[in-house]
Write a protein that binds this ligand. Structure first.
Ligand SMILES: Cc1cc2nc3c(=O)[nH]c(=O)nc-3n(C[C@H](O)[C@H](O)[C@H](O)COP(=O)(O)OP(=O)(O)OC[C@H]3O[C@@H](n4cnc5c(N)ncnc54)[C@H](O)[C@@H]3O)c2cc1C
Length: 512
């Protein structure tokens, strides 16, 4: 490893450090991906004395190099440079692709897995251990490690304050978020990475801690295949690719245990390329398709100022109450161009000229696991279409978001539809929302939470991975990322992923 790499902070072997065309490595455990699942397993295993090697496809970008410019960040920190989408092209699927994974670019919102979701997992997937009693110690551990705390009054930006007043008028429960941030600088640039290391991402917590316990981290290293012999894992192979896209070296790692933590899109792709796993690998993909419902307020609210995410409406969280959450979110100008008012020409210019008057709400639904990830030998496909079963909760979430904006004093609410639709008063909502139909390209949706493509369960007849995180039918191969989630969560998933990764690491240690 070069002296510069160590001096830069985290000791990472980068493409520029690799001098031979063939890299051959050994480890007790090789971990693929350095995001939420990969970093937690790396630390928990390294601190118990295992020789851990982490291979990360994305670059190592130290926080001092973050630019707070979203367009730059999409280029350097995001999967497919921020353009990853579903097959129909109406759902942008954002994932981080860098050392630290999506945790580097996420919005810091931290929720434990709701009890009613754990109940579904126990009931429908035979996951008897997925109880609050088993998971609470993991949640507590991660909350302590990542300094998770409730937003203070100074972290509730003007737009969130207006919406809290609106929720009060409507009689809805609205709460401040919990976030993994220490003394937030309130710059609102979370999605571009936290330049001052206040966000407690994997880049500044579990990865340096894992390295301190001897874990080796290689960036720019994409794993293509898991190697196995007679149903037992023997290692992985992949390539070192530099930032200009040129291959620098082939990599082969010998290891008796492999943990896949490449995220819910790439983990099934690696398994499919390796021809490992049963027919559930890649299926049952869910993603919390969300809509950004923007609105214009009579006063400037500067949506890019203050904490990115302040408060949320939990009134409708349980499926029997609607099955959705409304999150009041800030937004920079670049993000606003990407995901809000769809008009072109004059209406669009007018909208952007009034950017400082716009505030937004992000909707999340408890979607069904109807998607599928596949690899055709050349490229991946994300086949996800909002199901007819989920369309009513999407519309209920949209209606509630419009009502909240109006109650908070908004003058005009813009629907995240491909045709230009706006609501100015409560009496218009039903007719305008009622025009929307569940067809491709009708809605503009974004997913920040891909999940469920290698779901956990006791029975291989309906799951890809067993209750301890082992791929059914292959010895030594584990999954420890958002692919594991048997159903969608409804709430932001990072804490669930950290807890499950820690749980899987403990199961691995117990069987070692
Ligand atoms: C913009 C954004 C905002 C978000 N906001 C929140 C939030 O506020 N709260 C919350 O709870 N969650 C949030 N999330 C989601 C949360 O960050 C993820 O659910 C979580 O990080 C998933 O963990 P993971 O380990 O499955 O994948 P990731 O954290 O995405 O890590 C996967 C890693 O694997 C690497 N990889 C992929 N393929 C390969 C390969 N072939 N070889 C080697 N490495 C590979 C990737 O480059 C990536 O670094 C957000 C996500 C995004 C993108």
């Amino acid at each position: 490893m070069s002296v510069q790499a160590i001096a830069r902070g985290l000791p990472v072997v980068q493409a520029s450090d690799v001098t031979s065309a063939q890299l051959t490595l050994k480890a007790d455990v090789v971990i693929v991906g350095s995001g939420a699942g990969g970093a937690v397993t790396a630390y928990e295993l390294a601190r118990q004395g295992l020789e851990v090697l982490v291979l990360e496809a994305g670059p190592y970008v130290p926080s001092t190099a973050f630019t707070e410019d979203f367009a730059d960040s999409l280029e350097t920190l995001y999967e497919d440079h921020g353009s990853q989408s579903n097959k129909d092209g109406d759902l942008l699927i954002l994932q981080g692709r860098c050392v630290g994974g999506s945790t580097v670019v996420n919005g810091c919102v931290a929720f434990r897995t709701p009890d009613f979701i754990l109940e579904e997992w126990r009931r429908d997937f035979g996951l008897a251990e997925m109880t609050p009693e088993t998971l609470n110690p993991y949640f507590e551990r991660v909350e302590k490690h990542l300094s998770i705390s409730t937003n203070g009054p100074h972290e509730i930006a003007r737009h969130s304050q207006l919406m809290m007043a609106g929720a009060q008028k409507l009689g809805w429960s609205m709460k401040p978020f919990q976030r993994n941030v220490r003394e937030c600088a309130l710059t609102g640039h979370c999605l571009s990475g936290c330049k001052t290391d206040r966000k407690q991402s994997m880049l500044v917590t579990y990865l340096p801690w894992a390295a301190a316990h001897g874990a080796r981290i290689h960036s720019d290293t994409r794993v293509n295949r898991v190697l196995s012999d007679n149903g037992r894992v023997t290692g992985v192979e992949g390539e070192v690719i530099d930032r200009t896209g040129h291959k620098v070296a082939d990599v082969r790692v010998e290891a008796p245990r492999v943990i896949l933590a490449a995220g819910a899109v790439q983990t099934p792709v690696i398994l499919q390329r390796s021809e490992l796993g049963n027919k559930h690998v890649g299926r049952h993909f869910a993603c919390h398709p969300s809509m950004y419902v923007g609105a214009r307020y009579p006063e400037p609210v500067y949506p890019w100022r203050g904490a990115l995410l302040g408060t949320y409406v939990d009134e409708f969280m349980h499926p029997k109450d609607g099955g959705f959450v409304l999150e009041v979110g800030g937004l920079g100008v670049a993000e606003m161009c990407l995901i809000t008012e769809p008009g072109t020409g004059k209406p669009y210019i007018d909208y952007m000229q009034h950017a400082r008057f716009n505030a937004g709400i992000v909707t999340l639904i408890h979607d069904h696991n109807v998607g599928e990830i596949s690899w055709n030998g050349e490229y991946k496909t994300i086949d996800y279409r909002l199901s007819d079963q989920d369309f009513p909760s999407m519309m209920a979430a949209l209606t509630a978001a419009i009502r909240l904006h109006l109650a908070a004093g908004a003058e005009e609410v813009f629907l995240p539809a491909t045709e230009r639709l706006a609501v100015r008063q409560e009496s218009e909502i039903e007719a305008i929302v009622g025009q929307l139909r569940n067809r491709p390209q009708a809605l503009r949706m974004v997913s920040y939470h891909p999940q469920g493509s290698c779901r956990m369960g006791a029975d291989p007849a309906n799951s890809a991975v067993d209750p301890h995180g082992r791929l059914h039918g292959v010895v030594g191969l584990y999954v420890a990322d958002a692919s594991l989630l048997p159903t969608s969560l409804i709430v932001n998933p990072q804490v669930t992923v950290y807890a499950l990764a820690n749980y899987v690491a403990d199961r691995l240690l117990a069987s070692a």
